[in-house]
Design a protein around this ligand. Structure first.
Ligand SMILES: [Cu+2]
Length: 368
């Protein structure tokens, strides 16, 4: 009797367990397939390439090569002949937040005269909306990225080559694999852009900027193209600005030159980011920071520069050094990890350029 009662119970129980077991198996198969499909989907669909949009205007400005009025590296030596005229009429690129061109994007003080630094990731498209607010035709010609003749911004080809005063043009560039870091490069590299209607004059005008391309997968986030393997980055331009034909806005303490030769020399401003004799400020990192330096050289045959850091070495394409040579048009990206706290010299190592003020300091602050 009890057996008879037990039997159906047992069968029901077994049946229930059987169904339960089957559901678990089906569930397992379903989730395994789902995971497999997700993995396949991840590998077959490339990360969406972005179109990065920037608004840049060229404007006429007044530029002071030594706003402190002092030689901040060797105060007792003063500014010598380079201090007899300090403020000149120049031009600059400024970044704005949108097409209204009303709100400027603030730049760190160490960028000096440099135009905005654009950041993109390998594979991105770039749209630069350019407004010429200056009093002469200008353009934007980019190095390294891909463009067609319409977007070359130079050589009298296409509408982007000569943008008249008050005019606008939108440049379309591609940051494809040929613009991205190569096998010996760090995770991001720097490219120049500059005005190229009368390129020589416009570089001396100050119409110079940079674009950084980060290797695909090394960007911090979809909306943040900066490389994720560094803590801080600086960009420094080594250029002797030839101001001999330029309008002087304000003269220094003793404006009189002793001779035409002295006047000519005094108007050659041996500058880093447009500042002389330590007036470039803000190159500051914390001890232990992984720091990337984007280095740019421009100018003429006197512009053979050797950027030199005191207190720290850098890695340049796998080679260890503390001096990087730059010729006009050079673009070099090097890395360091800041070890020793100090207020260190950072200068061009060419003797004549040291005398003429191509020097400043970079500071390593002890970790709290
Ligand atoms: Cu130099």
């Amino acid at each position: 009797m009890s057996l008879n009662i037990m039997m159906p119970d047992l069968t029901r129980h077994t049946c229930k367990a059987y169904i339960h077991f089957n559901i678990r198996i089906l569930r397992l198969i379903f989730y395994t397939l789902l995971a497999f499909a997700s993995v396949l989907l991840c590998f077959s669909t490339p990360a969406e390439a972005a179109t990065r949009e920037y608004w840049i205007a060229a404007e006429k400005i007044e530029w002071n090569y030594a706003p402190s009025g002092e030689n901040l590296i060797r105060p007792n030596m003063g500014l010598d002949v380079w201090g007899k005229a300090l403020v000149y009429e120049k031009y600059r690129y400024f970044q704005y937040t949108d097409v209204s061109y009303t709100t400027r994007v603030e730049q760190p003080v160490w960028m000096g005269i440099l135009g905005p630094q654009l950041h993109v990731v390998e594979g991105d498209s770039v749209q630069v909306h350019f407004l010429n607010r200056a009093d002469k035709p200008l353009s934007i010609h980019v190095h390294g990225l891909q463009y067609d003749e319409e977007n070359e911004g130079a050589d009298m080809k296409g509408s982007g080559a000569v943008v008249p005063p008050g005019g606008t043009f939108t440049y379309h560039w591609e940051a494809d694999s040929d613009a991205a870091p190569g096998p010996n490069d760090p995770s991001s590299i720097v490219w120049l852009y500059h005005s190229h209607v009368d390129a020589v004059t416009e570089v001396y005008d100050g119409l110079i900027g940079t674009i950084v391309v980060t290797k695909k997968g090394m960007e911090r986030a979809v909306n943040d193209p900066h490389p994720k393997d560094i803590d801080k980055a600086f960009t420094t331009l080594f250029l002797v600005f030839n101001e001999n034909d330029r309008k002087i806005v304000e003269s220094g303490k003793s404006a009189e030159y002793d001779s035409p030769e002295e006047a000519e020399e005094g108007n050659l401003k041996h500058a880093i980011n447009g500042y002389i004799f330590g007036n470039l400020q803000g190159l500051e990192v914390e001890q232990g920071d992984r720091v990337r330096w984007y280095l740019i050289g421009l100018g003429t045959e006197v512009d053979m520069h050797t950027a030199h850091w005191h207190g720290q070495t850098v890695l340049n394409a796998g080679r260890r050094t503390d001096v990087v040579d730059l010729l006009p048009g050079s673009m070099v990206t090097v890395d360091m990890t800041a070890k020793t706290p100090g207020n260190w010299l950072y200068h061009c190592h060419v003797a004549d350029h040291i005398t003429a003020g191509m020097n400043t300091r970079w500071r390593v602050v002890p970790k709290p």
